[in-house]
Design a binder for this molecule. Structure first.
Ligand code: ARG
Length: 229
């Protein structure tokens, strides 16, 4: 009985872009925390896998999956047909959608059409950036992450931000962005999935783990912790 390596669990190297609170962020000590982080950690426990997180820029996650540098990416990533051409997704684990944010004193904007000819800030590589890019005559400024785009709006240098509703809501409530508000209807309805390389041998283990956590109350407990009130 000398084979330590034999018994070592399979490792999931998991990429994430850590400026997307409350899904992934760094606490004051620099530790990764958030809904996605707890969910993935619990999935690893359920599947008997060791989870190791690696932080990457959001637009670096899909290339890292394609080169199999990472085994998965959990990053509030929306399942889209375009992304599904180059990578696979687990079953969806969260329902979200895009919302428009403006400054409190703005009463002119409620829809994407109202953004025609206006200045919009977005986060790089996101579905929000895709939507903003389709608005006629709009000037789109691209930032490394959502908090930076929202800060630009607060500073008055753009007219709106198109970003995931739960993240913008959390920022307005928790991150001292009271100067901002969400307007209109959801621009899109989106579902987050965990992204994995095409034909990953771990797909079943991940989907089974998600199923277990949904059934045994762990998912609900993690959800409560980050999204109650
Ligand atoms: N849901 C959006 C998308 O998939 C934004 C995700 C951004 N996530 C992050 N961790 N920065 O494009």
């Amino acid at each position: 009985l000398t084979g330590l390596a034999q018994d070592a669990p399979t490792v999931w190297e998991v990429g994430t872009e850590p400026a997307f609170p409350p899904f992934e962020m760094k606490d004051d000590s620099g530790n990764l925390v958030g809904f996605d982080i707890e969910l993935m950690t619990a999935m690893g426990e359920a599947a008997g896998r060791e989870v190791r997180f690696i932080t990457l820029p959001f637009d670096g996650l899909i290339p890292a999956l394609q080169s199999r540098t990472i085994d998965a990416a959990i990053s509030g990533m929306t399942v889209t047909a375009e992304r599904a051409q180059t990578i696979d997704f687990t079953r969806p684990y969260f329902k979200a959608g895009l919302a428009i944010a403006v400054r409190q004193d703005n009463n002119d904007i409620t829809t994407l059409e109202d953004l025609e000819g206006k200045r919009i800030a977005v986060a790089i590589g996101t579905t929000g950036a895709d939507q903003a890019g389709q608005v006629e005559g709009a000037t789109v400024s691209t930032f490394d992450n959502s908090p930076l785009a929202l800060q630009e709006l607060l500073n008055g240098r753009v007219d709106a931000v198109v970003n995931d509703l739960p993240v913008t809501l959390y920022a307005i409530r928790e991150a001292n962005l009271e100067g901002l508000k969400i307007v209109g209807e959801l621009v899109t309805e989106e579902y987050y999935g965990i992204a994995i390389p095409k034909n990953s041998e771990e797909l079943t283990a991940m989907n089974d783990a998600l199923g277990t956590l949904l059934q045994d109350g762990t998912y609900a407990e993690i959800y409560q912790r980050w999204f109650s009130g």
